[in-house]
Design a protein around this ligand. Structure first.
Ligand code: ATP
Ligand code: MG
Length: 404
């Protein structure tokens, strides 16, 4: 017996408030986009859920794709039966049989939408429940906390039966909580931070700083690959490539001691903030995690973060590395992140970066760099923007000239 349909459930949160319709549409479109290679599948919206007509497509094959859709809390394979008692009972047995492992306790919940069906819900609960218990003598009824709940919906033309519940990604639909700029390096952390931001309903545009020709093109390609992975959840992702070479060389030439990292990071943040203003983004997301490196002590994060006034969102700040890696593996970015690459910040590193950079001192050094603001503006002007999709990269500045 194979399921003919699937029910996809949207999160509770998306069902509230004025924007419900918009959120539901976002998820609906994302489901269709994600499953676009399964041409036989057709889609229907219902209140708080989406129904797929599988038309011969294997439910199990859809699962890994469905798990990527943010805002879907769960999904179930659904079996259709003609509106005859015996056929419904037969299908119910098949549904229970398909559960692996078999549950120990269960209950039946029948909902009769079609009032012309001769048995009412109460009666159907008994008729279906009794039949299941006779066929599975080890199964016990538990109406309060059953391991499995067999749902039967008596509709106009068919009865729908389902029991198995597969967990979805959850979270909010992408963009339902606004837009942020994601500072995307080639490392393990920032793609994970990007995923968590997307899951929380933030649309993200990625910003990457490179020091070409000091860093090679491979590191840029790597960031494109990472953005591609995020696009699987978000739809096409805008990626802004900022050449940091000039800013970095000038700062380094003017000051090369233990506060260099703080100065460079502040410059990156300020460029990102300028891009955020242009792009209408309300926050900056980074992959910082407390205590990981010298620039991520509380004191460093404070001194660096004060360079900008937009809120800084650090989804990983209290996550430990193992947890971060687990997410990175789950979203497929880990194998890309661990490829060797050069980051612009590993160039010109001072021998011992300060773990406790003093804000006043940093500000005073910056105030002597009278050219700094112009340099940052110049970096923004020279930014190249790409639209990165799951499979292809759509070029480029001409097409997105309106960005700037
Ligand atoms: P990651 O694994 O994300 O690179 P990390 O542990 O290596 O993080 P850092 O290199 O200190 O930490 O960077 C902290 C954060 O600053 C990154 O998570 C990222 O958000 C941002 N960042 C660092 N380098 C770049 C870069 N070249 N382009 C864009 N953002 C960057
Ligand atoms: Mg890094």
């Amino acid at each position: 017996m194979k399921p003919q349909q699937a029910i996809l459930r949207l999160g509770e949160l998306t069902l509230k408030g004025r924007n419900r319709h918009r959120f539901e549409n976002t998820i609906f479109e994302q489901v269709k986009r994600t499953l676009r290679s399964f041409e036989a599948v057709s889609y229907r919206k219902e209140f708080g859920r989406i129904i797929l007509q599988l038309n011969g497509t294997d439910y199990e094959e859809l699962m890994p794709y469905l798990r990527k859709v943010l805002g879907l809390t769960s999904f179930s394979p659904v079996y259709s039966s003609p509106l005859e008692l015996e056929r419904i009972q037969e299908t119910a047995l098949g549904v229970i049989q398909s559960l692996k492992p078999l549950p120990r306790t269960y209950k039946v919940s029948v909902r009769r939408v079609n009032k012309s069906f001769p048995h009412d819900s109460q009666e159907m609960n008994r008729l279906v429940g009794g039949c299941v218990l006779r066929a599975f003598p080890d199964l016990k009824v538990d109406v309060h906390r059953p391991e499995a709940e067999l749902r039967v919906e008596i509709r106009e033309r068919e009865a729908l039966l389902y029991c198995r519940v597969d967990e979805g990604a959850g979270g909010f639909p992408v963009g339902s909580n606004g837009k942020a700029m994601l500072m995307l390096s080639g490392g393990i952390d920032s793609p994970v931070a990007g995923y968590l931001a997307l899951r929380q309903g933030l649309q993200v545009e990625a910003v990457h700083f490179h020091s070409y020709p000091y860093t090679n093109e491979k590191s840029q390609q790597k960031v494109i690959e990472l953005a591609r992975k995020l696009a699987a959840f978000a739809g096409p992702v805008k990626l802004h490539m900022v050449s940091f070479t000039s800013v970095q060389t000038k700062i380094h030439a003017a000051y090369n001691q233990n506060l260099l990292i703080a100065l460079l990071r502040r410059a990156m943040l300020r460029i990102t903030e300028k891009l955020a203003e242009e792009r209408g983004a309300g926050a900056i997301v980074t992959g910082e995690s407390l205590g990981q490196v010298a620039s991520q002590t509380l004191s460093s994060m404070n001194t660096i973060g004060r360079a900008v006034s937009l809120p800084l969102i650090r989804p990983l700040v209290c996550m430990e590395k193992r947890e971060i890696i687990r997410v990175a593996e789950g979203i497929g970015t880990f194998p890309i992140s661990i490829l060797p690459h050069e980051d612009c910040c590993t160039l010109f590193l001072p021998p011992s970066p300060s773990t406790n950079p003093n804000l006043r001192v940093v500000e005073s050094i910056e105030s002597k760099m009278t050219w700094l603001e112009d340099e940052l503006e110049e970096a923004v002007r020279n930014t190249r923007s790409l639209l990165v999709d799951e499979e292809d990269v759509v070029n480029q500045r001409d097409k997105f000239a309106s960005f700037f």
